[in-house]
Ligand binder design. Structure first.
Ligand code: C5P
Length: 288
């Protein structure tokens, strides 16, 4: 039996997220600047004589499927199929520290980490793992490319690395509930509004490397998030008025985040007290 493999699968936030159009296949063109975080799931792959499968544990295990629909499992099965390998006896254990379906890319990161580990183990070419990443979802390419700070275009699969930003504190505010078919519904809600032109992402990509503040952050989904997530508007308003800082939507939500300076982080954490959300202080993280 091969030795077990393991790696961390980081969360992400979108510092900029623009939606620039809709494609004939129904997917949307995006132009986004992504940043990985220290908050990470732990991914372990092992082989045994027993049955293959996915096991999920950790503080955010609830809401992550432990069956064949799990993105990490789909990635492993698709890569094995492409390479003529078998997933017999292979088990994937995900220790979930990233809230699922929160806009933080946890599922995509788990899948990309599995592709990275199995791709190396099986000697896959980069093009093979990239093709599987694109087949599994839209955020996988960023994580497969190593994370850090990067701009993503197309459906999210065209990645350009950006210079690393200084390490900064980030505080995540996770509301208790998400909604069904969240990402699809968020994109569909934007179809009623004018599309972005990618200029905010272009300007961010061209800016001098310096710490990011809330006023630098831009997310097109913020125009529709209040309508779709019950209870998000009062949470957002309370966080901003109590902290005096600007708070933003993570990806397609509903997690909210603050990014700023170390001296302010404790006060921002305190501002969420009694508001009924889970507060996760973390940091931005560089490339894998
Ligand atoms: O890529 P992922 O499977 O997470 O996307 C979920 C849904 O979000 C898609 O089925 C699609 O409706 C929508 N989507 C989109 N444009 C993208 C990414 C996702 O319209 N670039």
């Amino acid at each position: 039996m091969p030795d077990p493999l393991s790696a961390l699968a980081p969360a992400k936030i979108n510092l900029i997220l623009e939606v620039t159009g809709v494609r004939p296949d129904g997917y949307h063109e995006i132009d986004t600047v992504l940043q990985t975080l220290e908050l990470a799931d732990e991914v372990r792959i092992a082989w045994s004589e027993g049955a293959a499968g996915v096991r999920v544990s950790g503080p955010f295990a609830t809401g992550t499927p432990a069956d064949e629909s799990n993105l990490a499992w789909r990635a492993a099965a698709l890569l094995a199929g492409r390479l003529g390998r078998t997933i017999e006896g292979l088990s994937i254990h995900l220790e979930k520290h990233i809230p699922p379906a929160g806009g933080l890319g946890g599922g995509a990161s788990d899948a990309a980490t599995v592709l990275c580990l199995l791709g190396t183990h099986w000697g896959a070419a980069g093009a093979e793992t990239e093709a599987v990443a694109d087949a599994v979802g839209s955020d996988e390419a960023f994580f497969l490319a190593g994370g850090g700070t990067a701009r993503a275009r197309g459906r999210g699969e065209r990645i350009s690395r950006l210079p690393a930003l200084p390490r900064q504190p980030v505080v995540l505010f996770v509301p208790p509930a998400t909604i069904d078919r969240k990402t699809a519904r968020m994109f569909a809600a934007l179809d009623r509004l004018p599309f972005d032109d990618g200029e905010v992402s272009a300007a961010f990509a061209a800016r001098e490397v310096s710490p990011v503040s809330g006023t630098d952050v831009h997310n097109a989904f913020e125009r529709v998030a209040f309508d779709l997530f019950p209870g998000l508007a009062p949470l957002w308003e309370a966080l901003e008025s109590r902290s005096g800082e600007s708070v933003h939507l993570a990806g397609a939500g509903p997690t909210l985040f603050w990014i700023g300076q170390d001296v302010d982080a404790e006060r921002v954490v305190g501002a969420a007290s009694g508001l009924g959300c889970t507060v996760i202080p973390t940091w931005t993280a560089g490339r894998r």
